[in-house]
Design a protein around this ligand. Structure first.
Ligand SMILES: O=C(O)CCC(=O)C(=O)O
Length: 298
């Protein structure tokens, strides 16, 4: 762990919660929520506290839930409209649910590198709601990193420089016809992914975004989808991007979630990155992901 000299990692101070229990799981981000049954319609006061917990902790976790695909979507829809992934197949009859599956005999997992979901969209997701149907006896944890901390712990000079930069994002590195990732995706028989020319489309986002609800600044580049800085070549962009990718995901900014069947994670995609560990070969893992639409970053 290498913290900069510019500040200390702290958990955001929160107000009181009266409808739910909220227990932070690391000093950087992440909290487990208790006292909620998501198989029932959540009342507005409880939902308000869940929303506040998400904003305070960036990723929240629920355990012991029993959700049908419809209930999973109903809960997620309370936070916004639902996304249909342009390049990844869906659960039969539920275009808004991506099955994230790794079979016992498969090697490649989905999300096995640090990323922010779908930053290749002009309006990337607010967040994702991931529900565990089958989990391995060991391994398969997910890491999350606070991109507020990644921004806060940069030097004033770096913050000033990044504040003037725009980045170019694309799905091409993951879903482009010629990409290495597409070749790996094709080996994954349990999930359908499309390799298309459409994936090469690019969009522009500020390198530092302001969270539309908290007003806090967050670093917004990620290795999966950020191609380069606007107005620079890929070669010129690479050294600074590489520094930011490594800086943004250092241990001090992370938490790690251990899944059980019935666990549900809801991450705020506007201020986090995540990484699905691939350390459970020979075991099966099956999740369902619903993705909530977001706004254009500013
Ligand atoms: O399977 C996981 O734990 C996370 C999957 C992932 O990275 C994603 O849904 O973007």
């Amino acid at each position: 762990m290498h913290l900069g000299e510019h500040g200390m990692v702290t958990v955001v101070e929160t107000g009181q919660y009266t409808h739910i229990g909220v227990s932070p799981i690391s000093g950087a981000l992440g909290a487990e929520i208790s006292g909620v049954d998501l198989s029932q319609t959540v009342d507005d006061a409880t939902l308000g506290e869940i929303r506040r917990a998400l904003l305070d902790h960036c990723v929240i976790f629920f355990r012991g839930q029993t959700l049908t695909p419809d209930r999973h979507k109903d809960f997620s829809r309370r936070f916004g409209t639902l996304n249909v992934h342009p390049f990844v197949g869906h659960v039969a009859g539920h275009p808004e649910i991506i099955p994230i599956v790794k079979e016992k005999d498969e090697k490649v997992n989905f999300g096995g590198g640090w990323h922010t979901d779908m930053s290749f969209l002009a309006e990337p997701p607010l967040g994702s709601v991931l529900y565990a149907l089958e989990t391995p006896a060991y391994g398969g944890d997910t890491l999350f990193a606070s991109q507020y901390l990644a921004y806060d712990l940069l030097s004033p000079g770096m913050k000033q420089m990044l504040g003037g930069l725009t980045a170019i994002h694309t799905a091409g590195m993951q879903y482009g016809v010629e990409s290495e990732a597409s070749k790996n995706n094709a080996k994954r028989k349990s999930m359908e992914t499309k390799a298309t020319e459409e994936a090469e489309t690019t969009v522009e986002h500020p390198v530092v975004r302001t969270h539309p609800e908290t007003g806090r600044k967050a670093l917004y580049v990620n290795e999966a989808f950020t191609l380069k800085f606007k107005g620079m070549s890929k070669r010129e962009s690479r050294p600074l991007l590489q520094f930011l990718f490594e800086h943004a995901t250092q241990d001090a900014f992370t938490c790690r979630f251990r899944w059980e069947t019935g666990s549900l994670a809801f991450w705020d995609n506007r201020c986090t990155q995540h990484y699905a560990l691939n350390d459970y070969h020979g075991q099966r893992r099956e999740m369902h992901r619903v993705t909530v639409d977001g706004d254009r970053p500013f």
